[in-house]
Write a protein that binds this ligand. Structure first.
Ligand code: ARG
Length: 330
């Protein structure tokens, strides 16, 4: 776990005297890792100020995960793809089952999900729902509050990879699941190619996805939606760390670009994890984080999100997928 690697007695002593703007303490930051010793990271921010107030800890975690040092500057490049690269980035290999790109966003001046109050979460949900229901990016869609959905509706959306899972133990310990399901929900369009999770790990998870390997198409849909939403809702951000998320792995672009890909040969080999690592990719099972693979299908995504631009994230995925397919053929 990265937090325990970096926390010595002296740092613990220093940081335990501090409080974030919304009253988050070191013990709150660390609770998820303390209660889940199998955590990889083990820390969550309760609000934007945590990254400054506990910077001596977070900066080391950030450097270990993203390879990003405190003197670096994050740069945003969430721009249209060059016309000549669009065709190239839309991959047509039948082994690519689907493509999904998401960004995490929190709303400026609101505590993050680990520490937001019940009342503020509800205020924020109402505000976000109004904006989403007016969106005309892609198709029109609708916001559904979790408290108004039946268990079977929720289960079905989760199994089809549209909705977040209930009761994640890492988030539970981080305080993210308080008052569940109140104030959480999902927005989606008719074909479910554009979706927004509301008040899960971050206030917003803005998602574009579809069958096949059309990375450029999925990216462009996401880009336009994020631009429109951002014009209505100011996001929590700073120049050094980019978009501020509850988990330090999601800082910067907060972008996770992924494919579900069928790798019958590589998937059987011990090598898959190492190859992905060398390509700066993470590998997961198909039901998301901490899940298993099924039918030789793997979820492959960029590991680094900070100190890399949005366009570079897309290119990392594209190059990585191409290399994996070559390796599979070999
Ligand atoms: N807190 C968990 C850990 O440290 C998950 C970290 C990354 N995933 C995430 N959803 N933020 O292992």
């Amino acid at each position: 776990m990265l937090t325990t690697r970096f926390l010595n007695d002296q740092l613990r002593e220093t940081l335990s005297k501090r409080r974030s703007e919304n009253g988050f303490e070191l013990a709150d930051v660390l609770r998820s890792g303390t209660e889940n010793p199998d955590s990889n990271i083990g820390a969550y921010a309760g609000d934007a100020s945590c990254y400054e107030v506990f910077s001596e800890l977070f900066d080391q975690v950030i450097e270990a995960y993203h390879g990003y040092t405190p003197d670096q500057q994050h740069y945003e490049q969430f721009e249209p793809l060059a016309a000549d690269s669009v065709g190239k980035l839309n991959l047509a290999d039948p082994r690519i089952i689907s493509t999904r790109i998401r960004v995490g966003r929190n709303i400026k001046d609101y505590p993050f999900p680990p520490s937001i109050s019940h009342a503020s979460r509800l205020t924020l949900e109402a505000k976000i729902a109004t904006i989403l229901n007016q969106l005309t990016v892609d198709q029109k869609g609708r916001y559904y509050s979790l408290s108004q959905m039946s268990d079977s509706e929720q289960r079905e959306l989760t199994e089809q990879h549209y909705l977040f899972k209930k009761g994640d133990r890492f988030l539970e310990s981080a305080g993210v699941n308080r008052d569940w399901p109140s104030g959480r929900g999902i927005f989606y369009t008719a074909e479910k190619k554009f979706l927004v999770w509301v008040n899960e790990e971050d206030h917003l998870r803005i998602i574009s996805m579809q069958q096949g390997g059309a990375i450029a198409t999925v990216y462009e849909r996401l880009r336009q939606a994020v631009l429109t939403i951002g014009a209505e809702l100011p996001f929590a951000r700073n120049n050094r760390l980019g978009y501020l998320c509850s988990c330090p792995t999601n800082l910067g672009t907060a972008m996770r670009a992924s494919v579900h890909i069928k790798l019958p040969r590589l998937g059987q080999s011990e090598e898959l994890a190492n190859i992905c690592k060398s390509l700066n990719l993470s590998v997961r099972g198909i039901h998301g984080e901490h899940s298993e693979s099924k039918d030789d299908i793997w979820d492959i995504s960029n590991t680094q999100r900070l100190g890399i631009s949005e366009i570079e994230v897309i290119k990392t995925l594209f190059q990585g997928v191409k290399s994996l397919l070559q390796e599979e053929d070999r």
